[in-house]
Write a protein that binds this ligand. Structure first.
Ligand SMILES: CCc1cc(N2CCCCCC2)n2ncc(-c3ccc(F)cc3)c2n1
Length: 256
């Protein structure tokens, strides 16, 4: 897609498509997204909050497809934090049905598009129907080797770090690990994202400028791109703009 468009650009200099100066060579390998603004989107339209979540799922579909075409290796989507359990029960119950609803429609296409579905978070205390839906998707896509679609589900970074520290202590006390061997790389192997590279780019929608207990260790060296756009209004063009800004920063900092 990009190479084709890049050729087009050479032949039609007036090409004003937003693909301009999006380099195929420096697509971020791992993009993480905090998909914020769903409730606000609904409220602005006089709709119930759940309408925003439903519309937000349609945006996931588009961004997953686009990421796969761009050659992104890992797309992490913050779907539910450990703090979200404090929301009204009716909203939590609705949210917990979304993985099933999304996968009932999308899993065949994800399989066809060679996507690997993965979940980062505490799966154990999810409702059975939620766990069953995600485990089925993980199982049915585990032999794929394309885009890794990583849903952060019932995930909280501080508890992930605390659990990692407890495991390190257990291994040191058990003689499996020497304290001297503890460093960034060995500690990363104790986290839920042990098998993933850290995000190169974090996108957060709806104007919030916080991490909200998301991948605090993993985002240490990531580029952040914030937008006022609410997640249900987020488009491929917004996604491209985030990547374009990322690539411009890489060129600038890469030179020093
Ligand atoms: C359990 C909370 C939740 C919320 C949610 N929202 C609400 C938040 C942001 C907008 C999108 C819609 N989505 N959208 C997809 C999933 C999903 C999760 C796992 C999976 F394997 C497949 C799909 C999802 N999960």
């Amino acid at each position: 897609m990009l190479n084709k468009l890049k050729k087009q650009k050479k032949s039609t200099q007036s090409d004003t498509h937003s693909y301009q100066d999006l380099s195929a060579e420096n697509i971020p390998k791992h993009i993480a997204i905090i998909m914020d603004g769903n409730g606000r989107w609904a409220k602005k339209r006089g709709l119930p909050r759940v309408a925003g979540h439903r519309e937000g799922m349609n945006v996931i579909r588009k961004i997953v497809r686009y990421s796969n075409r761009l050659g992104v290796n890992i797309l992490t989507l913050y779907a539910f934090s450990t703090e979200n359990w404090k929301r009204p029960k009716t909203e939590v119950d609705f949210l917990m049905r979304l993985p099933e609803r999304f996968l009932n429609v999308e899993l065949p296409t994800l399989i066809e598009e060679n996507v690997v579905v993965r979940v980062t978070g505490e799966k154990e205390n999810l409702p059975q129907y939620t766990k069953r839906a995600v485990e089925k998707a993980i199982e049915e896509t585990k032999h794929n080797d394309g885009l890794v679609l990583n849903f952060a589900l019932n995930y909280g970074s501080r508890s992930e770090i605390i659990d990692g520290i407890k495991s390190v202590i257990k291994d040191v006390e058990g003689g499996k690990m020497a304290v001297e061997d503890l460093n960034d790389s060995t500690f990363s192997s104790y986290l839920m994202t042990a098998d993933l590279d850290d995000p190169d780019l974090l996108i957060r929608t709806s104007g919030e400028l916080r991490l909200s207990n998301f991948m605090l260790w993993q985002l240490a060296y990531s580029e952040f791109w914030f937008t006022e756009v609410l997640w249900p209004d987020f488009t491929e063009e917004h996604f491209e703009e985030a990547i374009r800004v990322y690539q411009k920063r890489q060129r600038r900092y890469g030179g020093v």
